[in-house]
Design a protein around this ligand. Structure first.
Ligand SMILES: *Cc1c(COP(=O)(O)O)cnc(C)c1O
Length: 387
């Protein structure tokens, strides 16, 4: 590999030197409030399994039953012969739950976002993205060929200025709940601004779907916005639903356009049918068991109150994502390691996932946690932070 190998080696060495080198953990258990690594149990505060459904017996049973009925692999892409009944049922249920005419499954959120943006946008169009949008939204916007602009985080006034100065097809794209900060987009103001300037609004609700809103339908439900205000609603199934994959919900026109043209939909194998069946069971559970959302909200309040009393650097988040800002990546890594030694699993999130100088511990809470586990987290944080 010669020159290529040299460059790769230099790049890895630089990452190590800057405390930006990343390593994977290997879990020996299912997701849950306690996970096993290297034979030891750890209290898990870094998973996105917000409702505790990833290893729920009913979700597992639905997965198993569908594997018996439909096998494991879907066998082909959706447009060839990989689209089966569980996919169809899940799409119908997601459309109904989100109050949209149709929904379309994608194999991952990353693929949904890049597929949606590169299908809807053409060179000459304008796409406006919040600076803190998820990487998949930024990548999709950049690859679309449209004029790409980022606006300061949550700044509707700054967005409105550039919207007013642009002509033609305009699309505004935001996370409903920002994945590394946990705060929510100002959706009502964004929707009004879009309406005033003939722009379409797309919301990626990966972290709001299942958690926010009276029925758990997400950030748009919490903001009281329907298909007219938010014509393009995307969410993932790998977070609150505890399974895998993603969907987009919207009009017949939107969905048919994506089926015909989205390359990340057309040129890939459909999700295993059993994943769709498990997701449908998860969706039923989250609809039937409001106590999961209620308990999560209670734990968020308990954590914030305790962390506030300890003087920990909380960020302005009301969601299950409760980051503690550290700043320096080396320090964030050291804190994460110290907590690990205390039996607590929290990952240090470093650039380029977050802006330079804003490394943090990204704590996530789940309905599967108990009050006692949150108290234990606070106790260990108190010890490590001052140490
Ligand atoms: C996780 C995430 C995605 C990607 O979804 P995957 O299904 O994991 O590919 C997209 N957007 C946001 C905001 C996310 O947090």
């Amino acid at each position: 590999m010669g020159a290529l190998a040299d460059r790769l080696a230099d790049s890895l060495a630089l990452r190590k030197q800057k405390d930006l080198y990343r390593q994977r953990l290997t879990l020996q258990s299912a997701q849950g409030p306690v996970v096993r690594i290297d034979g030891h149990p750890y209290l898990n505060f870094c998973s996105n399994d917000y409702l505790g459904l990833a290893a729920h017996p009913r979700v597992i049973a639905a997965f198993r039953q569908a594997a018996d009925d439909y096998g494991v692999g879907s066998g082909a892409s959706h447009l060839v012969c990989g689209h089966s009944e569980p996919h169809h049922q899940l799409e119908e249920a997601l459309a109904e739950f989100t109050g949209r005419p149709r929904a379309l499954l994608f194999s991952s959120g990353y693929m949904a976002n890049t597929g949606i943006l590169t299908t809807l946008l053409e060179p000459g169009d304008h796409v406006f993205e919040d600076r803190l949008n998820h990487a998949s939204l930024l990548d999709g916007g950049l690859h679309s060929g449209a004029r790409f602009r980022r606006f300061p985080h949550g700044d509707v006034v700054a967005l409105e200025r550039t919207l007013a100065a642009s002509e033609g097809v305009k699309l505004v794209v935001v996370d409903g709940v920002f994945s590394m900060d946990g705060d929510t987009a100002p959706l009502p103001a964004l929707a009004e601004s879009c309406a005033r300037h003939d722009a379409a609004l797309m919301v990626d609700d990966a972290h709001g779907f299942g958690v926010m809103g009276a029925r758990g339908a997400g950030s748009t439900e919490a903001a009281g916005l329907g298909c007219t205000e938010v014509p393009i609603l995307m969410a993932t199934l790998g977070k609150a639903l505890g399974t895998a994959g993603a969907f987009v919900a919207g009009s017949e026109l939107l969905i048919e356009s994506l089926i015909q043209q989205a390359r990340t939909y057309i040129y890939t194998t459909a999700l295993p049918p059993a994943v769709a069946a498990a997701s449908l069971e998860s969706l039923r559970l989250l609809q039937a068991e409001a106590w999961r959302r209620e308990h999560l909200v209670h734990l968020i309040g308990r954590f914030r109150q305790g962390a506030g009393q300890l003087g920990l650097p909380l960020m302005p988040s009301g969601s299950a994502i409760q980051p503690l800002l550290v700043g320096d990546p080396g320090e964030a890594l050291a804190l994460s390691t110290q907590l690990r030694q205390q039996g607590i699993l929290i990952s240090a999130i470093r650039p380029p996932t977050v802006p330079a100088g804003t490394a943090r511990l990204r704590i996530t809470l789940s309905a599967a946690h108990s009050e006692a586990q949150v108290d234990q987290l606070l106790e260990r944080l108190a010890a490590c932070w001052t140490a």
